[in-house]
Design a binder for this molecule. Structure first.
Ligand SMILES: [Zn+2]
Ligand SMILES: [Zn+2]
Length: 427
């Protein structure tokens, strides 16, 4: 094993200790001022400011609020590093002194609480840190860095919005696209694997049509409540009866709405559901089963009209390129001790990160960085209660800043150096 790329990573990371306090300040500032998807103007401004100060060529407003920093540093490979910036309409309940108290108008015009409950604030701080360090140590690497701060990950809009705004034409094509996410796991560790790493996700809205009537005269109605109830139960059989044991899928009905009053049979019901799959063939099988069951249940009820099925959003399957993943895994093992590099199968979470690699036709790699206090994690593991730890999107999700902040910066630098290290791995 060569230690040359390890040394090159260490050269880039030389000033990390000095940088940590300002990254912590940036993290807390973004955390306390979260912004909803596609509204990340302040966060984008902070990211752009950092990149400009470090000497990057900065383009703002790509795909609404996206920011791209370009740093050319001689002949060598081009590597793209990506962070997302958006927060969620969730009221933070962490009790931290830098917790969010923010409310904002969502895309439907409703006022909602806003909190960084997925950790994208950490992603912003990581990428700002790595970008700064690369700019400070230009002797330790060669090539071009494209640093992307992406809006709207939580609504599956941002990556595509940046691509639609010309990202792939306006910037040089990278040899690899890299991204990372903070997750439950011991802080100080990284985790990943080759192959599918996050699931494909499809959200659908289904309107079921019946015929309204007085609650005392069900014979005059076609009851959409019963139709919806039967549909919901039957949809459970897709995963249990139509997906093989060795395959995986999730079908979750998150919304079931009908009616306004106990003695009125409404004339329609709405179901909103979310599907997660790890394979394109399974994905299309599950989606067609949903369509078949929804239509058949409506027909069984004698519905006056066929149901209306509307796609809400869609995240692509995110597949880690095998050779690129291996290159990163060996760089991680060389830099971190091997016990800090964990193997993890695909997570049933979804990401629009995959859009960049797929549409640019270049390999991409996405990995996870632990954000749980290591002692808390070990205790939960011993008690068999890992699932009790607050996960992403929980109002209690709060990564420990140290060493999560440092580990994420290190991971980005070490992974990028597997390509751009002047003395490093073969190109
Ligand atoms: Zn999220
Ligand atoms: Zn996320």
């Amino acid at each position: 094993m060569s230690t040359r790329s390890e040394n090159a990573s260490e050269a880039v990371l030389k000033n990390l200790d000095q940088l940590i306090p300002t990254l912590e300040a940036l993290y807390k500032q973004v955390h306390a001022h979260p912004e909803l998807s596609m509204q990340e103007t302040q966060t984008a401004h902070l990211a752009a400011e950092r990149l400009r100060a470090a000497g990057y060529d900065v383009t703002t407003g790509i795909g609404q609020t996206g920011v791209v920093g370009l740093l050319r540093n001689g002949d060598g490979p081009t590597v793209m590093l990506r962070a997302d910036m958006d927060a969620l309409p969730v009221e933070e309940a962490t009790g931290l002194d830098y917790a969010s108290k923010v409310t904002a108008k969502d895309q439907t015009g409703q006022i909602v609480p806003v909190g960084h409950m997925c950790g994208h604030d950490m992603h912003v701080a990581w990428l700002a840190g790595a970008a700064t360090l690369f700019a400070q140590q230009r002797d330790a690497w060669k090539g071009t860095l494209i640093v992307v701060f992406q809006p709207g990950e939580e609504t599956a809009q941002g990556a595509q919005a940046m691509i639609n705004d010309g990202l792939l034409k306006r910037f040089p094509k990278p040899v690899v696209v890299l991204g990372q996410h903070v997750m439950v796991g011991p802080a100080g560790t990284v985790a990943g694997s080759a192959g599918p790493i996050t699931s494909a996700a499809d959200s659908l809205q289904i309107r079921l049509f019946g015929r309204g009537a007085h609650g005392s005269m069900p014979q005059a109605s076609i009851d959409p409540v019963v139709m919806a109830a039967a549909t919901v139960m039957r949809l459970q059989t897709i995963v249990s009866r139509e997906v093989a044991a060795a395959e995986a899928a999730v079908v979750t009905i998150g919304v079931l709405q009908a009616g306004t009053k106990e003695n009125v049979i409404p004339d329609e019901a709405v179901i909103k559901l979310n599907v997660r799959t790890f394979d394109e063939a399974v994905r299309s099988r599950v989606l067609s089963a949903i369509e078949r069951i929804v239509n058949a249940e409506a027909a069984a009820s004698g519905a006056p009209r066929a149901p209306e099925i509307t796609p809400l959003d869609r995240y692509p399957l995110n597949v880690n390129d095998a050779p690129a993943s291996q290159r990163i895994a060996s760089a991680f093992r060389a830099y971190f001790t091997p016990d800090r590099v964990r193997h993890t199968g695909p997570a049933p979470a979804s990401e629009d990160f995959g859009c960049f690699g797929v549409q640019w036709h270049v390999p991409s790699v996405f990995w996870f960085v632990g954000g749980t206090d290591p002692a808390t994690y070990a205790k939960a593991q011993q008690a068999g209660r890992i699932n009790d730890l607050p996960v992403n999107h929980s109002p209690l999700f709060a990564p420990v800043i140290h060493p999560t902040l440092r580990t994420g910066v290190e991971a980005l630098v070490v992974a990028a150096q597997a390509w751009v290290a002047a003395l490093g791995a073969p190109q």
